[in-house]
Ligand binder design. Structure first.
Ligand code: SF4
Length: 489
C-alpha cells in the first residue's frame, strides 16, 4: 500500500504536493518523494515521514508547476533509500513515475528489460519496471510530439506486459501528465479539477481527501484499465483501454483508506458504519453478555460506535493510542510489531475492570497485536474478553501490494474460530462475513459488482497467480524482511 499524487497547475506545485502527501501519509510511512519539473527535473526523496523529509530549502529548490509525489511502504524491496519513489528515466523525453500496487511478474520483467532492451533496473522497486516498459513502448513509436493516441498505445503495452495491481501517475517532459489504473482497477485512483484563473489545474491522487484539501473539485475515479492524459495545453483526454471487470480491493474500505475519502464513489466512513451494523447482527446471534464495547483505535472507532448503538451497549474508548509510534500493521518486521503494541496502546483500567469487554478491530492479521491487546485488557481485570473483527478472516497472501504476503503469518490460516480465539487468548472471536463486507460497500455504489477479496477467499482477480508466483512472492517477502532486520541491527 502506497499513496501517489500528481499535479499540473499554474503556479509552484511543491506546496500542493507537500500538502497532498501529508493527507495520504497513512498509506505509507517508510519513505516519500517528490519530483517537480520546470524545464528540468528536481528531486527530493528520503526514508521516513513527509514532515521529516522535506524542508524549507526544498520549497526553493523543487521549482515548477508540474510534479508527482509518493508515500511508500515497501512491498517488493526492503525500504532502502534507492527504492523511494518517484523514479525517472531520461529517454524518451524524460519521464517520472510513481505507483501504488505490486507487480507480480517483476523478476521476469527485470530480466527481459535487461536482456531484450538493455535497460538496467537499479532498484528493487517494481515501479522502475513499469516505467521502463512504458518508456520502451513510447520510444518504439518514434514520435517527436506525443498525441493522446501515443500515450494510450504505450499504456496498452504496459497492460499487456505488466501483471499485478498498479495505479500509476507519471509526467512526460513537455508532453503531459499521465495516470492509469491496472486493467482490474485493484488500487484506487481519482482525479479532479481546479480553476486557477482561466486555465484548469488537474490533480490525480490515491484518495479523494488529497484533492479535497487542495480545493480540487469534479472528483472522479479513474476506471479500471483507463488512461488519463493531461496535455501541455491542460486539455484532459481519457480512454478506457482494457475491459476487464472493475475489481477494487475490499481492504481499502476496511482499513487502508481514510474515513473522509471516497473510494470508487463509496464513502469510507459510511461503509465502516455499515460494517458495524452488519457485525452487530453477527454479535447478536451469539447471545453474549457484554458490558462495554471498546474500539481498537483508530480505524475501528466508526464501526464500534455503530455496534454499541445497534446493540444498546455502553461504548467506551478505553484504549488510548500514542499517535507517534506509527501503524504496527505497516511496520516491516514482525519483531518490531510485537514490541511496539504495548508502547502504542495504553488501557484505561477503570473502564475494563470486572467487565465483559467486546473489543472491536478492523481485522485480525497475524494475531500478535490482537493477542497483546487481549492480554492487556485481561491484566486490567476484565471478566471476559470477546474480539470482533469487522472484516472476514484473513487466510491468503495478498500479491497486490499489502505487507501480508507470507501465508504462514495468518492466525486464521487452517484455524476455526475457536482455535483463533485460543491463539489470541480471547473468550470468543466474531467475524464479519465476506458477503456482508461486499454488501456494505455496495450500499455506497451499487454499480460495483466485482471485488478483490483474495486475502479472504483466495480468489485472485487477475487469474494468473500460480502456486509458483505465490512461492516467489513469499520468498521475496521473507528475504526483504530479513534485509530490513539486518539494516536495523
Ligand atoms: S488480496 Fe486483499 S488486501 Fe490484497 S488487493 Fe485483494 S482485497 Fe486488497
Amino acid at each position: 500500500m502506497c499513496g501517489v499524487i500528481g499535479i499540473f497547475t499554474n503556479d509552484g506545485v511543491f506546496r500542493d504536493l507537500y500538502q497532498g502527501l501529508l493527507a495520504i501519509q497513512h498509506r505509507g510511512q517508510d519513505s516519500a518523494g517528490i519530483i517537480t519539473y520546470d524545464g528540468k527535473f528536481h528531486t527530493k526523496k528520503g526514508n521516513g515521514l513527509v514532515l521529516d523529509i522535506f524542508t524549507a530549502e526544498n520549497l526553493q529548490r523543487l521549482r515548477g508547476n508540474i510534479g508527482i509525489g509518493q508515500t511508500r511502504y515497501p512491498t517488493i524491496g526492503g525500504g532502502r533509500g534507492e527504492d523511494a519513489q518517484p523514479f525517472q528515466v531520461n529517454s524518451p523525453f524524460g519521464i517520472i513515475m510513481a505507483h501504488n500496487g505490486n507487480v507480480v511478474n517483476y523478476a521476469e520483467l527485470k530480466k527481459d528489460l535487461f536482456e531484450k532492451h538493455h535497460r538496467l533496473l537499479n532498484s528493487d522497486n517494481d515501479v522502475e519496471a513499469i516505467l521502463n516498459v512504458f518508456a520502451e513502448e513510447l520510444a518504439r513509436q518514434k514520435a517527436k510530439k506525443l498525441s493522446p493516441h501515443h500515450v494510450y498505445k504505450a499504456v496498452e503495452g504496459v497492460f499487456q506486459t505488466v501483471r499485478g495491481s498498479y495505479s500509476v501517475v507519471a509526467y512526460i517532459a513537455e508532453q503531459g501528465l499521465v495516470a492509469f489504473r491496472d486493467p482490474y482497477g485493484i488500487k484506487p485512483l481519482v482525479y479532479g479539477k481546479r480553476m486557477d484563473g482561466l486555465i484548469p489545474s488537474y490533480a490525480v491522487a490515491s484518495e479523494s481527501v488529497c484533492l479535497n484539501i487542495m480545493n480540487f473539485g469534479e472528483i472522479q475515479s479513474v476506471e479500471a484499465g483507463q488512461a488519463i492524459f493531461i496535455d501541455q495545453n491542460r486539455k484532459l483526454h481519457a480512454k478506457k483501454i482494457a475491459n476487464c471487470p472493475h475489481t477494487p480491493c475490499l481492504f481499502e474500505w476496511v482499513y487502508f483508506a481514510r474515513p473522509d475519502s471516497f473510494i470508487d464513489d463509496v464513502n469510507v466512513y459510511d461503509c465502516r458504519v455499515n460494517l458495524g451494523r452488519f457485525l452487530a447482527e453477527e454479535i447478536k446471534k451469539q447471545n453474549l453478555e457484554v458490558d462495554v464495547v471498546v474500539p481498537v483505535p483508530d480505524s475501528a472507532r466508526d464501526a464500534a460506535i455503530e455496534i454499541a448503538r445497534r446493540l444498546n451497549l455502553r461504548y467506551r474508548e478505553a484504549l488510548v493510542k500514542n499517535r507517534y509510534i506509527g501503524r504496527t500493521f505497516i511496520m516491516p518486521a514482525d519483531e518490531k510489531r510485537k514490541t511496539s503494541v504495548r508502547q502504542k496502546l495504553n488501557p484505561i483500567a477503570s473502564e475494563l475492570k470486572g467487565k465483559n469487554v467486546l473489543l472491536v478491530d478492523d481485522s485480525i492479521v497475524r494475531g500478535n497485536t490482537s493477542r497483546a491487546i487481549v492480554q492487556m485488557v485481561r491484566e486490567c481485570g476484565a471478566k471476559k474478553v470477546y474480539f470482533a473483527a469487522y472484516s472476514p478472516p484473513l487466510r491468503y497472501p495478498c500479491v497486490y501490494g499489502i505487507d501480508m504476503q507470507t501465508k504462514t503469518e495468518f492466525v486464521a490460516r487452517d484455524a476455526d474460530y475457536e482455535q483463533i480465539a485460543q491463539k489470541i487468548g480471547a473468550d470468543k472471536v466474531i467475524y464479519q462475513t465476506l458477503d456482508s463486507l461486499k454488501k456494505a460497500v455496495q450500499l455506497g455504489n451499487s454499480r460495483l459488482t466485482h471485488f478483490c477479496g483474495a486475502c479472504f477467499d483466495g480468489i485472485y482477480p487477475t487469474g494468473d497467480i500460480t502456486p509458483e508466483i505465490l512461492q516467489t512472492i513469499e520468498r521475496e517477502r521473507i528475504e526483504s524482511q530479513d534485509r530490513q532486520l539486518e539494516l536495523e541491527i
